[in-house]
Design a protein around this ligand. Structure first.
Ligand SMILES: NC(=O)c1ccc[n+]([C@@H]2O[C@H](COP(=O)([O-])OP(=O)(O)OC[C@H]3O[C@@H](n4cnc5c(N)ncnc54)[C@H](OP(=O)(O)O)[C@@H]3O)[C@@H](O)[C@H]2O)c1
Length: 188
């Protein structure tokens, strides 16, 4: 199972100014195109209730799985979404036996934020790829990508700069190894 995080961040590391701030207004067209392509290929998106509420409706042609403790699945604003409170491992285990929106066995799952959901899945050691778009913008303060202490090594496997200055990165997540960072600081 490929489980990946996909996120756009500012050059100072924020995913939003607050929990109602949609990425739609500040992310590049290249980032939006990558998000649509990758999440449609996966066919399954997982997100928190706040992120879902920034969308006009459930994402079409994808199973929308929304974390919430208080949402009423019968509420029309959750139309097209499956509401869950499952532990991340239990959810991934269940989905690995189910079908995606197209009716095919699920082979890939997109973790679509926000901070609380990115953090829960990364801390549960369930993420094997991280797709980040670093947008050329600063917020100064806001919601970080993750909000808990961690030390997880990444291996850069793809990097592309767009004409407008967005940096599209793909990392392999290595929970047990190292990223080969040289931490030596030789005195000259
Ligand atoms: N830049 C990007 O790429 C990007 C991507 C995604 C999101 N965002 C932004 O991130 C912001 C939202 O992030 P956020 O961290 O504040 O909120 P979030 O992760 O989207 O949603 C938080 C909500 O998820 C539910 N939840 C979280 N953990 C749960 C658990 N273990 N069990 C059951 N429910 C759980 C709770 O819903 P209830 O309160 O209903 O119980 C909680 O209030 C928005 O501004 C959004 O636009 C940015």
């Amino acid at each position: 199972m490929k489980t990946f995080i996909i996120a756009a961040i500012t050059a100072d590391g924020f995913i939003a100014k607050d929990d109602r701030h949609s990425p739609f207004g500040w992310t590049s067209k290249e980032d939006k195109a990558r998000f649509v392509k990758m999440t449609k290929e996966a066919g399954v998106v997982i997100m928190g209730r706040s992120t879902f509420e920034t969308l006009p409706n459930a994402l079409r042609e994808r199973r929308n799985i929304v974390y919430s403790r208080k949402a009423n699945p019968a509420d029309p604003k959750f139309a097209g979404a499956e509401v869950t409170q499952e532990a991340p491992h239990a959810l991934i285990e269940r989905l690995s036996k189910e079908k995606n929106h197209a009716g095919d066995p699920i082979q890939s799952i997109a973790i679509c934020g926000g901070t609380s959901i990115y953090t829960a899945f990364m801390k549960a050691h369930l993420v094997n790829r991280l797709y980040l778009t670093i947008e050329p913008i600063l917020f100064g303060k806001g919601l970080p990508l993750f909000k808990e202490d961690m030390q997880i090594h990444l291996k850069l496997i793809g990097a592309e700069a767009t004409a407008n200055g967005s940096l599209m990165l793909e990392y392999d997540v290595n929970y047990h190894g190292t990223s080969g960072i040289s931490t030596e600081n030789k005195q000259k």
